[in-house]
Every structure is written in structure tokens, then in C-alpha cells.
Design a protein around this ligand. Structure first.
Ligand code: PLP
Length: 395
């Protein structure tokens, strides 16, 4: 008989989540991920995926995955350091390094794992990490795993970062400054040039997680380092292949020396099996498409600017967004979930984001614009947002 007391405790915790409006209703997608898709049996406009460029169901990626499946099979059936390194992994890493303008790249199974891999490999007990207070959960977990001391600085506040470095730097062997590039819940951009400058003053290492900048910021979607023209100035860029790339996987772009070291040291690289064949082949094709043309990235920004303007004009609070991530902040948790449910009834899929993903009292729906939305799609969405927003007294 399983431990009943334990299960009763867990049940009570679930009830608490439901009462506080913090229990997430997980929906099921029953079609390919695209601008329109079938969710829980209903055809809806998709404003939720991180499918910035439409790669999640792009024919060229599908074809590349199929061809690779026929030639190489499905999985490597080993970790990278034993027999899981296939030629496809090396091709992907080389192409990504070219794309990012970095010396070398090491790929991982996800962006989450890239953070868990890199941070504990480069800092430990005698070191300090200076971390933006709104950094992604995978950065926070990577920091904790490292056993270094974690010092949080106020969100995107370079003066606070400088103050904390001035007070604490002398206590540590190494100092690591780590930040999201684009903050996934607010859509604002880290002040990377200023962060790099302050880090130099205090002999600190700079690491930026470009998960939401990839395929979005910079020339042809080359990311935040390209956006600010900081090539060679940032020590480590983390990337994901699961957002704009539409597949799954992650990587670190850095100097050849550090990548060489990470291949020897990072635990998810040594102890967890490598990316599968179709995933790797699809990612290779995604980089090729981005290298050929900037059209998709341009369309993404046109769409995002168009929709955001409509939302602002209607009186919605789009928060600090500077990117295609468009939060519509409502504040109250339950009202936000009601807004999302009502929009779903109207044929729009947009997810409510509540505590603990965002601070209490800043609940929001997060609109993810894609290059594959048409102007008609965006007009349809705006019309429904305004209708439901008025009915619920949000605007
Ligand atoms: C989504 C995200 C990740 C995780 O990436 P996955 O590839 O989905 O594991 C890591 N960091 C940031 C900043 C993210 O937004």
C-alpha cells in the first residue's frame, strides 16, 4: 500500500493551488503547431507557441528530418562522450557557430539542460554569481547546482549590479554575471552593453541566455549579441532550439577553449543521451533557412508591431515589451484565467501566466506573435481581445 499520509498532503497542496487560481489547466494540441490549430477539439488561432518563425511545421524541416531518419535511424542510443556523437551533431554545431559569429558551439538536449550544464562547469563554491532577479528557472537551477554564492540584482538594473559587484567581488575567485537576453514573461531586453562594461570593470565573466532572442533579435535572427554588435565581448551565449527553431535542443556558443572544456566536464553532456537524429537534422535545416534570408524575421517584427499597436490603442497594458512577446497584464490571477478561457470560447488560444511563473499580482496573458500569422489573423485576435476585455471590465 502506498504512503497514504503523503498522498493526502499532496492532495491538499493541489487544492490550495486551485483555490488561489494558480492551478494550470493543461490543454492538448491535436494538430500540427501552426497559426491555426486544433486544441481540445476546437479549431483556434494560436497565440501561445514560441513558434516565432513558423518552423514547428515548416515543410523544409519536415523533409530534412525524414531524409535523416531514413539514412541514420532515430536515436544515437548513447551519451555524446561514449558513442552518441554523430556527424549530424557536429554539422549542427559548426553551422550554429557560424550563424552566431562564435568560435565554437556545444549542443545539448534542451536550453534548460544547457544552463544546467554550463553554470556548474564554470563556477563552484569559491565563486559568486550575479543574477538578474527575473532570470529563467533553468538559470536559477543551474546557479543552485553550482554551489556558488548567488547574489540577485534588481531586474535590468545596471547600477544595482555595479553596487553588488563593488561590495562582493573581492570575496570570490570568479564572478559570473548571468542574464536572460529577452525576458520571456515581460518581453523586455537586457541592457547587455552596459552589463558587459560593468563586468569588465570587475573582472567578471558574462553569460547571456538568448532563448527568446534567437531567430528574433539581430541581423536575420542572430540573437542579442548581434543585436548590440557585441561579438567577442560576451563570454558565453546560451541558445535553445525549441523556440524560434521549432524543434528541441539547446546549446552554448563560446570560445573554442571553453567549448573544449565543456565537452569534458558538463554533466548532461556526459551522462544524458544526445539529441535524436530527426531533431538534429531539422535544426540544421532551420539554420540554413535563416542564413539564406531575413524575410521571416522581418515579417515577425511587422506582425508584432502591428498587433502591439492595436492593443495599446485599445487601452491594454502591454507592460515593458520591446519584442514580439506581448504580455497583456491584468493583475488578478482569477480574472486573467477567466480572460484566457473566454478568449478560447471565441476561438483564440492564449495562455494565462500566473504566479509562480510571474510575481503575484502581475498575472497576464502572454501573446506570442509569429511570422506566419496573417494580417487577418491579427485583426481577428484584436477584435476578440477588445470584446472580451470590455465584457470583463479590463479596458
Ligand atoms: C525557454 C527557455 C529555456 C529553456 O529552453 P528549452 O530548450 O525549452 O529547455 C531556457 N532559458 C530561457 C531564458 C528560456 O526562455
Amino acid at each position: 500500500m502506498a504512503n497514504q499520509k503523503f498522498l493526502e498532503e499532496i492532495k491538499a497542496e493541489i487544492e490550495n493551488l486551485k483555490e488561489a487560481g494558480l492551478y494550470v489547466n493543461i490543454r492538448t494540441v491535436e494538430s500540427a503547431v501552426s497559426a491555426w490549430m486544433v486544441v481540445d477539439g476546437k479549431r483556434v488561432l494560436n497565440l501561445t507557441s514560441n513558434n516565432y518563425l513558423g518552423f514547428a511545421n515548416e515543410p523544409r524541416l519536415r523533409e530534412a528530418a525524414k531524409r535523416a531518419l531514413d539514412e541514420y535511424g532515430i536515436g544515437p542510443a548513447a551519451v555524446r562522450t561514449i558513442s552518441g556523437t554523430m556527424s549530424l551533431h557536429l554539422i549542427l554545431e559548426k553551422l550554429l557557430a557560424e550563424f552566431k559569429g562564435a568560435e565554437a558551439v556545444i549542443s545539448y538536449q534542451s536550453g534548460f539542460k544547457a544552463n544546467l550544464s554550463v553554470i556548474p562547469s564554470i563556477v563552484s563554491r569559491e565563486d559568486g554569481i550575479f543574477s538578474d532577479e527575473l532570470n529563467h528557472a533553468s538559470i536559477i537551477d543551474g546557479c543552485r547546482l553550482s554551489r556558488a554564492e548567488i547574489i540577485r540584482y534588481a531586474h535590468t538594473d545596471v547600477d544595482d549590479l555595479r553596487k553588488k559587484l563593488a561590495e562582493n567581488r573581492h570575496r570570490f575567485r570568479r564572478a559570473l554575471v548571468v542574464t536572460d537576453g529577452v525576458f520571456s514573461m515581460d518581453g523586455d531586453i537586457a541592457p547587455l552593453p552596459e552589463i558587459v562594461k560593468v563586468a569588465k570593470e570587475y573582472d567578471a565573466i558574462v553569460m547571456v541566455d538568448d532563448a527568446h532572442g534567437e531567430g528574433v533579435l539581430g541581423r536575420g535572427g542572430r540573437g542579442i549579441v548581434d543585436h548590440f554588435d557585441l561579438h567577442g565581448e560576451v563570454d558565453i551565449e546560451i541558445g535553445t532550439l525549441s523556440k524560434a527553431f521549432g524543434v528541441v535542443g539547446g546549446y552554448a556558443a563560446s570560445s573554442s577553449i571553453l567549448v573544449d572544456y565543456l565537452r569534458q566536464k558538463s554533466r548532461p553532456f556526459l551522462f544524458s543521451s544526445a539529441m535524436t537524429v530527426p531533431d538534429t537534422a531539422a535544426c540544421i535545416e532551420a539554420v540554413k533557412i535563416l542564413q539564406e534570408s531575413e524575410d521571416r524575421v522581418k515579417r515577425l517584427w511587422e506582425n508584432a508591431n502591428y498587433f502591439k499597436k492595436k492593443m495599446k490603442e485599445a487601452g491594454f497594458n502591454t507592460w515593458k515589451s520591446q519584442t514580439p512577446i506581448t504580455p497583456i497584464v491584468i493583475g488578478d490571477e482569477k480574472k486573467t484565467q477567466e480572460f484566457s478561457r473566454r478568449l478560447f470560447d471565441e476561438g483564440i488560444f492564449v495562455q494565462a501566466i500566473v504566479y509562480p511563473t510571474v510575481p503575484k499580482g502581475t498575472a497576464r496573458v502572454r501573446v506570442m506573435i509569429s511570422a506566419i500569422h496573417t494580417k487577418e489573423d491579427l485583426d481577428f485576435a484584436a477584435e476578440k481581445f477588445i470584446k472580451v476585455g470590455q465584457e470583463l471590465g479590463i479596458i
